[in-house]
Design a protein around this ligand. Structure first.
Ligand SMILES: [Fe+2]
Length: 373
């Protein structure tokens, strides 16, 4: 038996899971003098439910995936509020910004100073993450992704100083997430688990979290899409998202996410949707080299057993389409002439592509976009 690679796993200092637990944030924070809540115009409506005491400032100017300008605006809000505690109240975009604001607002480091692994100098400010979607699992981890709109790529910051002191998984906050977003973000959570599970750097312990995650998605995603207030299904998906977030830490994703990224940066598709569109094709592509693990995924999702590559991709495509996800790139506004640029961009994201169990050429990537077209 070959030795498993060494991994380091960071998790929030405290994790609270359950319906109604958003109110625990105030109890946990106690007599904090000043809090900055980072959120969106939609999720700002939950801010009262945090039951925070002391001075509370709200920064809600986060829409879509955060870029450098959004981060700078949030940092300016923090410099004026001088918070002892930053609360991220939202999905992955919000929580990624909250991480960097908590770590950078009172120091001299810029985003470029901290880009990459282990560059953040420290953090004085407390950080609580309250997830309002089940998908990114950002609350679980130490990575933050900020879009550079000029270069059209993502700046990844990774540091133990970005871990939450408190993470809250309250399924009630996801009841109002519309079916289409529930479906896409659920597939994203599943993709984190699957891409870590079949990863070149896979690790037996992370495999355990991955298994729990994709089994939960297989069991609950269709239920939550059908009935948004199905508490058991919503809670299952929040756990799946969290487990996916753990998978992102020491192992991370692979070709699926690399191929999804240009659809976000260039075509402006939401992250979950972009991942859902490419998921069936990457699952099929990787099947020959990750046969046993892929079979386990297929069974957990109810795709069938003993499937050929084509049947596997077809069944995974049907799984996503049955959730109501529009799976055609053309229907989302892509043109055939866009695809080569997408392919060369995706292929150059080596930090993820190099994790894929089988090497993909630019032509392989292009073929996946064509199949998704
Ligand atoms: Fe993702």
């Amino acid at each position: 038996m070959s030795r498993a690679p060494v991994i380091i796993l960071h998790q929030p200092k405290r994790l609270i899971v359950g319906a109604g637990t958003i109110a625990e944030v105030g109890n946990w924070a106690g007599e904090v003098f000043s809090t900055l809540v980072i959120t969106t115009p939609i999720t700002a409506g939950f801010a009262d439910r945090l039951k925070l005491r002391g001075k509370v400032a709200v920064f809600d100017a986060i829409s879509g995936e955060p870029d450098i300008a959004t981060l700078h605006a949030a940092l300016a809000a923090a410099r004026s509020a001088k918070p002892d505690l930053v609360v991220g109240l939202g999905g992955g975009s919000v929580m990624d910004v909250a991480k960097l604001v908590a770590a950078l607002w009172d120091g001299d480091q810029t985003l470029l100073d901290v880009a990459g692994p282990n560059k953040v100098a420290g953090r004085q400010t407390g950080l609580a993450q309250v997830a309002t979607t089940a998908g990114t699992g950002s609350e679980a981890g130490i990575r933050s992704l900020i879009t550079d709109p000029v270069k059209g790529n993502k700046i990844a910051v990774e540091s133990p100083y970005l871990i939450a002191d408190l993470a809250v998984l309250d399924p009630e906050l996801t009841y109002s997430v519309p079916p289409a977003v529930t479906a896409a973000t659920g597939v994203d959570a599943m993709a984190h688990c699957v891409e870590a599970f079949t990863n070149k750097r896979a690790h037996p312990m992370i495999d355990g979290f991955a298994r729990m995650g994709f089994h939960l998605v297989g069991k609950y995603l269709a239920r939550a899409v059908k009935d948004g207030s199905d508490r058991e299904a919503r809670e299952g998906l929040m756990l799946a998202s969290y487990y996916g977030g753990i998978c992102l830490g020491p192992v991370n994703t692979a070709a699926g996410h690399a191929i999804a990224y240009p659809l976000g940066t260039l075509l402006h598709l939401p992250h979950g949707l972009a991942n859902a569109i490419v998921f069936p094709h990457v699952l099929g592509f990787n099947q020959p080299v990750a046969a046993e693990k892929t079979a386990e995924v297929a069974e957990a999702l109810g795709l069938g057993t003993g499937l050929s590559q084509a049947d596997l991709s077809g069944a995974a495509h049907a799984f996503c389409a049955d959730l109501g996800i529009e799976m055609s790139l053309a229907k989302h506004g892509a043109t055939e002439t866009d695809l080569p640029r997408f392919a060369s961009d995706a292929h150059s994201i080596r930090r993820l592509m190099d994790n894929n169990p089988v090497d993909m050429s630019v032509e392989d990537v292009l073929a996946i976009y064509r199949a998704s077209f």
